[in-house]
Write a protein that binds this ligand. Structure first.
Ligand code: UD1
Length: 423
């Protein structure tokens, strides 16, 4: 099977306008939620990505009809007759787990493969299962599959959804979805507050769900009998926007980032400013510029509204060129540092100590062949390569294609030199 690589020539200076696509992490749980609203659901702003294609396949296998035209997807969930998530699909995309709650609510039984490990470390699903059990689901694990059934319907409950690393985004999505069709009232304490959960909750409300506390760690849900199909536009991808911000900063460039919600990126913007990077927030866009002279700073990843783990690697790339030392601490996925070894191959000065990385700024990065390991780490290698001297080869670009729509086309239009090749 041919595998794409990127050949990236640097250093370049990025300048111009770049547009952010719709959020993948918003689209996936919203697509899953349409399982509960039998009929034709229309979603706009859905990025054309391999993860979205995987979700379509998963939903088609259970009886849903999907129709994609550009960034609009119509999901006809009139017939859902096979509530099953096959290992062959789930292993490709962990986020497939977000079908669990909606399928349980609609079909009262579901079998979904346990997601395996992945490059960013061990990722358990105990919080998902605990939350659904509290709503009355009986859960068994067999042959690598989660089998969940509910006799007599789901029943509202008071649920504490915190785990060892704080809140869980997709566990909140699963329990929130299931609770909308449960009998009575559910209170979710320690709900994830990520904008993608807010988008999902707003979409569920459009479907007829009764939810209050949206955007806060306490969600109250009054169960309803049925949900209706909707038309919805997903929010802009804050992680793609943050990646472009890092790209502007590292290339001493100036980018007007359109379709960007600054209010979803407050922690990242705050860090950029403390790194001596200019940020102007406007209603629909953010302008980000740098003249070099990146100042070091310390970054700790935390659940929203803290600094997102999904931008940790990209910001590390920028700090590699800061004048001084920075400490990056990963509090969500303590092993999410696959990019450290690869950036070191590009002459970055990095030292990993447990969940911390000490970044000692260097004068310049030097191009090298590197290996993409997961979605965000790969994006960080692209960011680093834009500033590195020479031709960087990024292998295994399929990781980037999971989450960034036409990234090389978008970056090339503002001055990058990225060539995709099939090898
Ligand atoms: C989502 C995002 C992912 C992001 C992550 C954290 C999607 C499709 N993916 O993943 O890009 O990096 O949020 O912002 O939206 N945990 C448990 N038990 C569980 C579930 C999670 O211990 O049952 C732990 C995880 O290992 C991790 C932390 O909780 O340490 C947060 O993970 P979680 O928010 O669940 O990540 P995802 O929802 O899978």
């Amino acid at each position: 099977m041919p595998m794409d690589i990127f050949k990236i020539t640097g250093p370049v200076r990025l300048e111009g306008e770049i547009t952010v696509s719709g959020s993948k992490n918003s689209a996936l749980p919203i697509m899953a939620a349409t399982i509960m609203a039998a009929g034709k659901n229309t979603l706009h702003g859905v990025p054309q990505l391999s993860d979205i294609a995987v979700m379509c396949k998963l939903m088609e296998d259970m009886g849903c009809k999907t129709n994609t035209a550009g960034n609009t997807i119509i999901l006809d969930t009139t017939n859902i007759d096979k509530p099953f998530g096959d290992y062959e699909i789930v292993r490709k995309m962990r986020a497939s787990i977000c079908i669990l709650g909606p399928l349980l609510a609609r079909c009262r039984k579901v079998e979904v493969s346990m997601p395996g490990g992945c490059a960013i470390g061990y990722r358990p699903v105990d919080i998902h299962l605990r939350g659904l059990q509290e709503l009355g689901a009986k859960i068994e694990l067999k042959n690598g599959y989660i089998s969940a059934t509910v006799n007599g319907g789901l029943k509202g409950a008071n649920i504490f959804l915190g785990g060892a690393f704080g809140s869980s985004v997709l566990a909140t999505a699963n329990v929130l979805c299931a609770a909308t069709l449960a009998r009575g009232k559910t209170i979710i304490e320690y709900a994830a507050c990520e904008p993608e959960i807010t988008d999902l909750a707003n979409c569920l409300v459009k479907m007829g769900a009764k939810i209050t506390g949206i955007g806060s760690p306490q969600l109250t849900i009054h169960g309803v009998k049925e949900l209706k199909p909707i038309e919805h536009t997903v929010i802009p991808d804050r992680i793609e926007a943050g990646t472009f911000m890092a790209a502007a900063a590292i290339t001493k460039g100036k980018l007007k980032i359109k379709n960007c919600r600054g209010d979803h990126l407050m922690a990242a913007i705050d860090k950029l400013r403390s790194m001596n990077v200019g940020v102007e927030e406007n209603e629909d866009d953010c302008v980000v510029w740098s003249e070099g002279n990146i100042k070091p700073t310390d970054i700790t990843t935390l659940p929203y509204p803290g600094f997102p783990t999904d931008l940790q690697a990209q910001f590390m790339a920028v700090l590699c060129l800061a004048k001084g030392n920075s400490v990056i601490t990963e509090k969500i996925f303590p092993d999410r540092f696959m990019h450290v070894a690869e950036m070191s191959r590009m002459a970055a000065n990095l030292r990993k100590e447990g969940p911390h990385v000490i970044v000692s700024g260097v004068e310049k990065l030097i191009a090298a062949p590197v290996m993409a390991s997961d979605l965000r780490a790969s994006a960080a290698l692209v960011v680093a390569a834009l500033a590195a001297y020479g031709e960087t080869i990024v292998n295994r670009v399929y990781h980037i294609d999971r989450g960034y729509e036409k990234i090389e086309e978008k970056l090339n239009a503002v001055g990058a030199k990225i060539e995709r090749q099939s090898v």
